[in-house]
Ligand binder design. Structure first.
Ligand SMILES: [Zn+2]
Length: 78
């Protein structure tokens, strides 16, 4: 699936508050704790994880999760 990134060498998990917005930039990724998929925070096109908990709608400029507690944000290091 487009937007799914595997083989991230090093991760630094970051705190974020979904109610204040979902960070989106190169080097930041979201990891679904339900299905384990990793989604780039700034994909080129619509992306979502396998279990559909987390999705990014690039065209609409929206992203979000059904269960925000099950999504983690991390930064690629190195
Ligand atoms: Zn998922």
């Amino acid at each position: 699936m487009a937007g799914v990134a595997w083989n991230i060498p090093m991760k630094t998990y970051l705190d974020f508050d979904p109610r204040k917005g979902w960070p989106s930039r190169s080097g930041l990724f979201y990891e679904c704790q339900i299905c384990g998929d990793v989604i780039a925070s700034a994909p080129a096109e619509y992306a979502r994880c396998r279990c559909r908990n987390f999705s990014i709608d690039v065209d609409a400029g929206r992203m979000g999760a059904r269960d925000e507690e099950k999504v983690r944000l991390f930064e690629e290091v190195g």
